[in-house]
Design a protein around this ligand. Structure first.
Ligand code: NAD
Length: 289
């Protein structure tokens, strides 16, 4: 039986790790938050004091951390995963970070004889609990095959995207498209209401034209129109993801002005203190401006 370790037991990582334990994997966990570690240990995980110790003992290292600084802190340096993992170990990086960081870490890992997959996830914390995430994988297909049984526990759909970095790149493009659609939809809702027309009429028309979209048909009726902004996907994460996409577009010499508008709105909402609320709160924020 392979030794698997999981680093980053937050909103997403903890339920993913718990599912791996329930599926019978030998899992050791690490997080700066001791309460999260306690929950995983109570469910059967092993506890270690350091990433160094953890890396030395693991065949597979899964990371689910907030952003670039945290992933670099865990992966890099003399006490980090890359320096200490066993030769041949597989690193599965599931956080949503910048693809440049992903590719650099993959190169550093390869130089140490380690294997590396980027495997960021789509969907919500509810899907993390249910094991129904959509996982976007970049890297060698043979490495995906050796990771597949673990990924199948955390996700119901595994999408192979191509070489290392392509999973995270598609994840950022997807999330940025959602935020662009959300900003355009929020404008459409404001226009509709100010014009004295019902939202039902807008939905009815859009559902039968090229303007039809999942946000208006599914997500907004369940959340925004019920004034339910309970946390699913934090606005801070939406801003982070769109920021990475804008930076990627710039580095590729592309015009990304729609994404930049979405980022400007998200940044303004963050400055108003809404970062830890659900990203759908942007609709309310824009309407009340
Ligand atoms: P989170 O903030 O809830 O959890 C992050 C965890 O990492 C925390 O438990 C924190 O203590 C731990 N951590 C931070 N720095 C650490 C370090 N140096 N060493 C060890 N542990 C450390 O974040 P989350 O919502 O679980 O999101 C994780 C990633 O998944 C993010 O990149 C996010 O964009 C992405 N994502 C989130 C969702 C969502 O709905 N929440 C959906 C898809 C993808």
């Amino acid at each position: 039986m392979q030794n698997v370790c999981f680093i980053g037991l937050g909103t997403m990582g903890l339920p993913m790790a718990l599912n791996l334990i329930r599926a019978g994997n030998t899992l050791t966990v690490f997080d700066l938050n001791e309460m999260a570690v306690d929950q995983a240990v109570a469910a059967g995980a092993g506890r270690v004091d350091s990433i160094r110790e953890l890396s030395k003992a693991s065949d597979v290292v899964i990371t689910m951390l907030p952003d670039v600084p945290e992933v670099e802190a865990v992966m890099g340096g003399e006490n980090g995963v890359i320096e200490n993992a066993k030769k041949g170990a597989l690193l599965i990086e599931m956080s949503t970070i910048h693809p440049d960081t992903t590719r650099r870490l993959a190169e550093d890992a390869a130089a140490k004889g380690l294997r590396f997959l980027d495997a960021p996830v789509c969907r919500s914390s509810k899907d993390a609990e249910a094991g129904t995430l959509l996982i976007l994988v970049g890297g060698e297909e043979s490495d995906l095959e050796s990771a597949r049984s673990l990924l199948n526990v955390m996700g119901s759909e595994i999408e192979y995207c191509g070489s290392v970095g392509s999973g995270i790149t598609l994840k950022l493009i997807n999330n940025t498209l959602v935020q662009g659609i959300a900003v355009a939809l929020n404008e459409a809702l404001m226009l509709t209401e100010k014009s004295g027309i019902s939202i039902d009429a807008l939905s009815s028309v859009c559902s039968r034209t090229a303007a039809s979209n999942w946000l208006l048909e599914k997500a907004y009726p369940n959340k925004v129109f019920k004034n339910d902004f309970s946390l699913g996907f934090a606005l801070d994460w939406a801003a982070k993801d769109v920021g990475h996409t804008v930076s990627l577009a710039k580095s590729l010499g592309l015009d990304s002005r729609v994404s930049e508008v979405a980022l400007a709105w998200l940044t303004e909402a963050q400055e108003a203190g809404l970062g830890r609320q659900d990203a759908f709160v942007l609709s309310k924020f824009m309407a009340e401006k």
